[in-house]
Design a protein around this ligand. Structure first.
Ligand code: HEM
Length: 304
């Protein structure tokens, strides 16, 4: 069982590796580095120089939103991102096999979650293709983000089923945790809309003049900033409450660290000229924040 628990943790952490890889693709504007899917310039291993391009390469370049020339750096960053996604699929397939072996006879719920994880990851791959087909169309990016978070949540749920840990708390704390989860999900959805606006603005600036990207954002960005302070207030209150609950100190500190990290990266983007590193960091820390909150919620039970 210890091996299964460790492997499930590994899958969970690898989901964040894939989320980070996606953020790095965007930071470097490599999204269209492979204009086709699942192949890249019609090949399984993409070209490393322009002379290796297929004869019909112009057909691919026409689909790109920025380069319109072959850029080996963009192509390989996007390719490694896809490789990470494919590896995640393989690791999840192994997880299903491992789950069937251990739990087929004893716990069908765990089997259902593991199979669900595989199906959802397949759906995410299909959605990834749609995002490429429509040149990173906006609504699909938000769905892609939310599906990624559900994919991260499933290993956590499995871990909780096979190794339940509970901390008894009053109902108010339980509801405040639920409220924090809903608020952070709303914050993430609004954040992806802000990100879509940044995509448009940065494209108009040919991905230069980062200091000018924030000013044209519409009122949703104001909402994003205000609700960030509501999230902060609620999470800091939860932090102090959880410190007093036996066995919850580690998760309380993780909550505080990811919250402050996500906030810091947001503020750096908004007020210190949008440095590139802050974009994937903000995305990664926000994704970990919601998973930490979910983990806390799974641990809490109403006091009898
Ligand atoms: C805990 C609070 C916060 C959460 C959970 C959060 C979450 C998010 C998420 C998920 C995105 C989309 C990222 C992507 O798709 O790459 C985003 C984008 C963004 N957020 Fe936040 N955010 C928070 C606080 C803030 C604050 C305080 C600011 C600034 C004052 C801020 C500024 C931005 C900006 C500028 C973007 C666009 C980033 C980009 O284009 O890469 N955020 N946020």
């Amino acid at each position: 069982m210890q091996g299964y628990i460790k492997y499930t943790w590994f899958v969970l952490i690898f989901v964040f590796v894939v989320i980070l890889a996606g953020g790095l693709v965007r930071m470097t504007q490599s999204g269209m580095g492979c204009p086709d899917w699942p192949t890249c310039f019609g090949k399984w291993i993409p070209p490393t120089s322009a002379d290796q391009l297929p004869p019909d390469f112009e057909k691919y370049l026409r689909q790109q939103d920025i380069d319109h020339t072959f850029n080996v750096y963009h192509t390989w960053i996007e390719y490694l991102n896809r490789l990470a996604g494919a590896l995640l699929g393989l690791f999840i397939l192994i997880h299903v096999g491992y789950t069937l072996k251990l739990f087929w006879k004893t716990n069908k719920t765990v089997v259902a979650w593991s199979v669900g994880l595989l199906l959802l990851t397949g759906f995410q791959g299909w959605l990834g293709k749609k995002v490429v087909d429509h040149n990173l169309a906006v609504v699909k990016i938000t769905i892609h983000m939310l599906v990624a978070l559900v994919i991260a949540a499933i290993p956590l749920i499995i871990l909780h089923i096979v190794k339940p840990a509970t901390a008894r708390v009053n109902k108010v704390l339980l509801w405040l945790t639920n409220a924090a989860i809903l608020l952070v999900i709303a914050q993430i959805v609004i954040g992806t809309d802000v990100r879509e606006q940044i995509d448009e603005i940065s494209k108009a600036y040919h991905y230069e003049h980062r200091e000018a990207w924030i000013a044209p954002l519409n009122n949703l960005f104001v909402v994003h900033k205000i609700s960030a302070f509501a999230v902060t207030g609620l999470c800091i209150y939860l932090f102090f409450q959880l410190l007093a609950v036996p066995g919850m100190a580690k998760q309380a500190f993780l909550l505080l660290a990811t919250l402050l990290g996500a906030m810091a990266m947001g503020l750096i983007m908004a007020y210190i000229q949008m440095p590139a590193f802050a974009q994937p960091s903000h995305l990664l820390l926000s994704s970990i924040l919601i998973i930490v909150l979910l983990s806390i919620r799974l641990h809490l039970q109403p006091r009898l």
